[in-house]
Ligand binder design. Structure first.
Ligand SMILES: Nc1nc2c(ncn2[C@@H]2O[C@H](COP(=O)(O)OP(=O)(O)OP(=O)(O)O)[C@@H](O)[C@H]2O)c(=O)[nH]1
Length: 626
């Protein structure tokens, strides 16, 4: 098995720093520095953009001419921008399709020497901007875009960053915005209109695009790595899910940051509703994916049944996203998704609290990030459901970056777990190999004679039986040599048992060194008796081998220093006849024993070889007969 462990945890850690930096920069760049009184001065703009997030005059259902802001006869309502901008629903049009005029007063302190831009984020459908002097006399046409359509489905969504230059005016002016809107995004126009120096805006824009690129790149990178982990170990479905979730979030960022529309302008009109549906799925499905992450990380405390229900719910919701008529999406599916998200989050909270109380690895960190997710989601929910809720500073951006952070941290945790499980596996394999080696050694020790190092009686019998059976199957001859030391008792008595032991070791060594073939083997048959088995050798060859052994022993040097000990052996040889295998192994050994006895009786230090008689006894296996 090939296991590839990529080094991406450290890499994604580096990337996560970029994401954090991006997050902080995004927060600081425009949102926290909102100018409350809409004072527009060079000095102010030098330090931060002016964010027009205060109270606007507002007239619903009428595209009032720009100079009407100076007309005291016209009754204006007020609206907090952008908190509930889109939540104002016309009496006549429950689908929130209509026109409106908004106005807010700006105080330009001193002429602006540098060109500025007004930045708008996601205004639908058609819009027209003017600057109108306080007395209504000087009307400066600023910018118009989009188009009004009778068909509410023809939803034109302006690009996220729409910028146009402000003329170098001075004194009090009204910024008047006429807007015609149909919006699937209930509460979608939540982000402020900002005024910024054009130069800095362009510079920031490059930085923002770069940081967006890093964020999306990090997500794709994580997706690929987790896909790789999944392909290495297919049972690790959490990696696959993280990869899918990363792709989802990358897609959502790509679309949410406005790149899809910027790169493919035709998409804006052609798939506006499909874009919305797709965006909705990026909420529905990840809800269950989040649950799945925690299943993998905190398996010990996870109520697995709930995961099944969660997946079922997400699938039903996803189907509804594509089956629900466009007009009802914002009113039916969006709240349903938000409720669904909250339900899933409650389950996650339950798991995380249990994991934290049980001090599982990564639980506290997960809980902290989860807290961010909750704040982001609750904030989102309040923005769309609670009229008047205007804490938009954290809106959207918090949730997106909490999700990014979540993915980064969890992919780290998961990668660490994966690496641990791989090293555990490697350790287990090692342990297993050691055990196998130990078992083999133990098995070997069980069949080796510890004194002489040759096979003991048990090992000899096992190999002998295998060799015997093979020879019978292959119709081959086989011979055995029983080798017995002569007058060994005398040797023991005269020189002691230690010398006797050394003599046995010497005998085993000399016999082993005799030219035996690969299939031949030697073992200690008992006491001072050895056996050599020569499969495939007939009685004549075996007798020759026996003679060589005998002579080698007789002429071998044994005895330390001044001890002049001459060792001799008597050898009994017995072998099967070619083509006659009905001799049992037991009988063959008995025959060798008889031959040995004959060698002893015949004067010792000699070889006797016996062939079985022609009146063969029935074939029996060694085990049966012994
Ligand atoms: N030192 C030592 N002696 C052993 C060992 N195993 C058996 N013996 C001795 O070997 C001797 C065998 O003696 P016997 O069976 O009478 O045969 P022998 O003295 O060799 O006489 P023959 O075989 O007739 O030539 C006994 O004294 C055993 O104690 C062993 O492992 N070490």
């Amino acid at each position: 098995m090939v296991i590839t462990v990529t080094n991406f945890p450290s890499m994604s850690f580096i990337l996560s720093k970029h994401v954090l930096l991006f997050w902080i920069l995004s927060l600081l760049s425009s949102r926290l520095w909102a100018a409350m009184e809409f004072q527009v001065s060079q000095q102010l703009l030098d330090h931060h953009p002016v964010v027009l997030n205060g109270t606007w005059l507002f007239h619903w259902n009428a595209l009032l001419p720009p100079d009407s802001v100076a007309d005291p006869a016209i009754q204006w309502q007020t609206v907090t921008v952008p908190g509930i901008w889109n939540d104002v629903v016309s009496d006549k049009d429950p689908m929130n399709h209509g026109v409106a005029t908004y106005a807010t007063q700006l105080n330009f302190e001193g002429a602006l020497t540098e060109p500025v831009v007004v930045r708008l984020i996601r205004i639908s459908e058609a819009f027209h901007f003017y600057l109108v002097s306080e007395d209504g006399q000087n009307i400066i046409d600023l910018f118009e875009g989009g188009e009004v359509s009778a068909d509410p489905r023809h939803n034109v969504i302006a690009p996220d960053y729409l910028s146009f230059a402000l003329p170098p005016v001075q004194g009090r002016y009204w910024l008047v915005l006429q807007v015609s809107k149909f919006n699937f995004y209930k509460g979608g126009l939540r982000t402020a209109v900002t005024i910024d120096l054009r130069q800095r805006y362009n510079r920031n824009r490059i930085l923002v695009v770069l940081l967006h690129g890093i964020a999306i790149g990090a997500l794709l990178y994580m997706a690929l790595n987790h896909l790789q982990i999944y392909l290495n170990r297919r049972q690790n479905t959490s990696s696959l899910l993280i990869a899918v979730a990363c792709l989802f979030v990358a897609f959502r960022c790509f679309v949410g940051f406005g790149y899809l529309e910027q790169m493919f302008p035709w998409v804006r009109n052609a798939i506006a509703i499909w874009r919305f549906r797709l965006e909705l799925t990026t909420i529905a499905i990840p809800a269950s994916i989040w649950l799945h992450f925690y299943l993998y990380l905190f398996r010990q405390v996870y109520p697995q049944r709930l995961l099944r229900y969660s997946w079922m719910g997400s699938i039903v919701l996803t189907l509804s996203i594509f089956l629900t008529p466009a007009d009802w999406l914002a009113y039916l599916i969006l709240p349903a998704e938000e409720v669904w998200l909250v339900l899933n989050m409650l389950v996650i909270l339950y798991v995380l609290v249990r994991a934290t109380t049980q001090r599982l690895t990564g639980a506290r960190l997960s809980l902290a990030i989860f807290f961010l997710l909750v704040v982001g989601a609750v904030n989102d929910l309040l923005l769309s459901l609670a009229p008047g809720y205007g804490f938009y500073v954290m809106e959207y951006i918090l949730l997106v970056y909490a999700v990014l952070l979540f993915l980064l941290v969890h992919s780290q945790l998961l990668a660490r777990q994966f690496a641990n499980s791989v090293s555990n596996e490697i350790r287990l394999l090692d342990d297993n190999r050691k055990l196998v080696r130990q078992r083999e050694q133990a098995e070997l020790a069980a069949i080796i004679d510890h004194l002489t190092g040759v096979l003991n009686r048990k090992g000899l019998e096992q190999r002998l039986e295998r060799a015997w059976n093979r020879c019978i199957d292959d119709h081959e001859v086989i011979s055995v040599l029983l080798i017995d030391a002569d007058h060994f008792k005398k040797l023991n008595d005269q020189y002691g048992h230690l010398i006797g032991d050394q003599a046995l070791m010497h005998l085993a060594k000399v016999i082993s060194m005799t030219k035996l073939r690969i299939h031949d083997f030697i073992g200690r048959w008992g006491g001072e008796e050895f056996m050599v088995v020569v499969p495939g050798a007939d009685i004549h060859i075996a007798a020759g081998i026996a003679e060589t052994i005998r002579a080698s022993i007789e002429h071998s040097e044994f005895g330390e220093s001044d001890l002049d000990i001459r060792l001799t052996v008597s050898i009994g040889v017995a072998g099967t006849r070619p083509g006659m295998h009905k001799t049992s192994l037991k009988q063959l050994i008995q025959l060798a024993d008889e031959a040995l006895y004959a060698a002893k009786s015949g004067g010792r230090n000699r070889v006797e070889a016996y062939l079985p008689t022609t009146t063969e006894p029935p074939l029996e296996s060694f085990e049966q007969s012994s």
